[in-house]
Ligand binder design. Sequence first.
Ligand code: KIV
Ligand code: ZN
Length: 516
Amino acid sequence: MNSAKEKLIIFDTTLRDGEQSPGASMTKDEKLRIARLLERMGVDVIEAGFAISSPGDFEAIKLIAETIKDSVICSLSRAITGDIQRASEALKSANSGRIHTFIATSPIHMKHKLQMQPDEVIAQAIGAVKTARNLIDDVEFSLEDASRSDFEFMCRVTEGVIAAGAKTINFPDTVGYSSPGEYGNIIERLISCVPSSDKAIFSVHCHNDLGLAVANSLSAVNFGARQVECTINGLGERAGNASLEELVMALKTRNELYPVTTSIDPSYIVPISKLVSSITGFPVQPNKAIVGANAFAHESGIHQDGVLKMRETYEIMKAEDVGWTKNKLSLGKLSGRAAFAARIAELDITLDDKNEFERAFKQFKNLADKKREIFDQDLQTLISDVQFGSDEIRYSLIDLEIKTKLGHSPEAKIIVGYEGQVYASEATGDGAVDAIFNAIEKLVNSGTSLKVYSVNAVTQGTDSLGEVSVRLQKDERIVNGQGADTDILIASAKAYLNALTLMQTPDRVHPQFGGI
Ligand code: KIV
Ligand code: ZN
């Protein structure tokens, strides 16, 4: 490592901004699983949620703050005393906690959303930072919609919040409007025009509405930003945020172009991408940089020939460096508890307690009865399935029988468990999956509409585990349910019931709405 390089702080907001993607909501157990991998990967700051937004988010931040010790744990809060107090309560047990408070500074947001005068905004920003600093040492302040804000006004706000005690100042390109030259220039000018800029870290947070989030972030780094906010798989509000894996690998692969290094261990990139995708039900497009299934595949003969002669002819990174492994044969029918425990530890999978281990082991044995070869990906999916929806309210699949006959409507008979009771139902449909969903709906009458149904084969072969995602919508609320089984009809029933369970968890307040 070049000692002249400065450290770039990697601030991951998959669990907060990432979760603002419609339908990407996560339970507290799911958030914790992602946070554990982020910590192992070397992420400096984990934004675990927005404490005031819902009791579920508060509990998730609290749990992550109690468990994760190597990364700073952060909660978002509007520049409102109640929000800041709630964030501080959630972070009470953190080894290192951070309150991230924000208010919009662009004319359009101040006039139409906040209906406040610029001087009122400055006063509220400074007041919020002071309140936060009375509760915690590490305070970040964001000027929401910075890239559309007046430059002189941003200088005044920044000077004021640094004097009030903010240690990191973040300049979000909230609507993904900026471009690399312009955004880098804004950061450079801010650093030189704000007299106290040496007392704070300047940070960037870019959205991808024009596909420029990573380019804008990298440009800002070259002009003095020393924190980048990003998400796994580029998840996030609308078109998403800057993708962590693209930023980290751009900085690593072309390090001579940048004055910084990061603490990220890239070998966790693919495992965490898969975990986030399976928890949120947001598939990764095959041609996505770094983590897409085709990112290291060579289809044309000329490319294949070149790579065989010398890998570097067409590959600028090594697939294994970012965590792509061969689909390794993992365990078989005769493997016992010790081999199972050893393999899941090698895969960096953490099970919460003995009960969860026993449920996972039982599922593994069931799977081994049906499938001769069990691969690492099977194990990852199987354990995700055990852990999905392990929060309190839960619909469970007890039995399912399907009758299909050419020329006839399929019939589904289902038995569902809910809060200790067992309910039976049957229905027909325009296909077996439709019949299953109709039978469930006869029982629950959820009032939801099905937005997405997708099936993904976890490994190759017709005995592969099928992973099903079901996205349901009711009014403004969108949730994604997951289910896995070698029988895709069973996986579909599980995914639908999981989505119904998520629909029953309390909804949250959106950070960009709600009254300041
Ligand atoms: O995009 C944005 O401006 C945000 C802030 C709340 C930091 O997510
Ligand atoms: Zn954002």
